[in-house]
Design a protein around this ligand. Structure first.
Ligand SMILES: Nc1ncnc2c1ncn2[C@@H]1O[C@H](COP(=O)(O)OP(=O)(O)OP(=O)(O)O)[C@@H](O)[C@H]1O
Length: 352
């Protein structure tokens, strides 16, 4: 069942079109990530859902209620939608208790208990209630911001790059904790991020935005393995894109004959592999023959657990860019080694 439906939403600032016909359905209980480069319109879309901005045209429907029909819109405070902005936006002069309880009436019965319950939901110790925001870590501040948004018991939570100020380890741990918390509370969530790995790991629906349009919406796995075009593929991770002749479920390309995931395609096409699909095995140079694909290691970028190995295919012209292959650090072949290149899984054929 869909909780939120966005239909044909357009928004311009002066002559600049920021949202150019957005259609998106968000199922109840799901986690959606909107991902896209800086300036593509992600925050504007989130602010339209929250009610801080209104569309020029198009509709926003939430739980069957029309929230916006063009500029005719329900104000933000009547929507029952939580919003956690990028920097948390805590009130610096208020302590944690007053930040968390900001939207709760001062004379509300059980107010202190509700604030303690919210602190517990976001795994913060109530011993922190008297502290000011500057006396908290970045991760703790984000949790307070989340608790403040949860106080309104929203059915939908909007998160605008809430983890971007956190360092890598804390970021992953906070993201996971927040995802679990929102799911167990049954709160539908939309996360805006420009970090593709964050989108892929957080969401069960990913929407890729480019220049004010949603270019593809689907599960993380579908988008990663079957992106619509090379730009979307490249945005979601590293790629190896090769020209090929495809037909009957196979592609003939510089790596030899490999399986493709669209059996119905034929003719000249561009195919895509993810670098982790290529596997290298060092072999003696005299074992090179025509039955497999071989190359020479030209460079290694040692990254510990995963290294990027540059491989020039034997027979390729010197102007052809080497393949960038990911290889475990303990098995990395040396520069100059001859390697057999094998492909795991199938390649994806781009539509155009
Ligand atoms: N109030 C405004 N007035 C004029 N232009 C605006 C306004 N808000 C946003 N824009 C412009 O709209 C475009 C999209 O902005 P938006 O913040 O939605 O992008 P974004 O994808 O969230 O980017 P980022 O990842 O950098 O936050 C940008 O070109 C921005 O400059």
């Amino acid at each position: 069942m869909k909780l939120l439906e966005i239909s044909a939403v357009r928004k311009s600032y002066g002559a600049v079109t920021v949202l150019d016909g957005i259609d998106l359905e968000v199922p109840a209980g799901s986690r959606t990530a909107i991902v896209g480069p800086s300036g593509s319109g992600k925050t504007t879309l989130l602010r339209i859902i929250a009610g801080f901005e209104f569309p020029d045209s198009g509709t926003v429907t939430f739980g069957g209620q029309r929230l916006a029909d063009g500029p005719d819109a329900v104000p933000a405070h009547k929507r029952g939608i939580g919003f956690v902005p990028q920097d948390g936006a805590l009130f610096p002069h208020l302590n944690v208790a007053d930040n968390v309880g900001f939207g709760l009436a001062r004379n509300m019965p059980g107010r202190a208990d509700r604030i303690a319950e919210l602190m517990d939901m976001v795994s913060l110790d109530t011993a922190m209630l008297q502290r000011r925001p500057h006396e908290l870590s970045g991760g703790q501040q984000q949790r307070v911001a989340l608790a403040r948004a949860l106080a309104q018991r929203p059915r939908l939570m909007l998160l605008d790059e809430p983890f971007s100020a956190l360092d890598t380890g804390l970021r992953a741990a906070t993201r996971k904790a927040v995802a679990q918390l929102l799911t167990s509370a049954g709160i539908t969530t939309i996360l805006v991020t420009h970090d593709q790995s964050e989108a892929l790991s957080f969401a069960d629906q990913v929407a890729v935005m480019r220049a004010g349009q949603l270019v593809q919406v689907g599960t993380p796995m579908a988008l990663y393995l079957r992106p619509r075009d090379p730009a979307t593929a490249g945005f979601l991770g590293d790629t190896i894109v090769l020209p090929a002749q495809v037909g009957a479920g196979w592609a003939d390309c510089a790596l030899g004959r490999i399986a493709v995931n669209q059996a119905d395609r034929s003719g000249a096409a561009q195919i895509m592999l993810r670098p982790e699909q290529l596997q290298l095995a060092e072999v003696p140079v005299e074992s090179v023959d025509a039955t497999a694909c071989f190359g020479e290691v030209t460079d290694i970028d040692f990254g510990g657990p995963v290294c990027v190995v540059s491989v020039r295919l034997l027979g390729a012209s010197s102007s052809t860019a080497p393949l960038q292959v990911r290889s475990p650090g303990i098995h990395v072949p040396p520069v100059g080694a001859t390697v057999r290149v094998a492909v795991a899984g199938s390649a994806h054929v781009f539509d155009r």
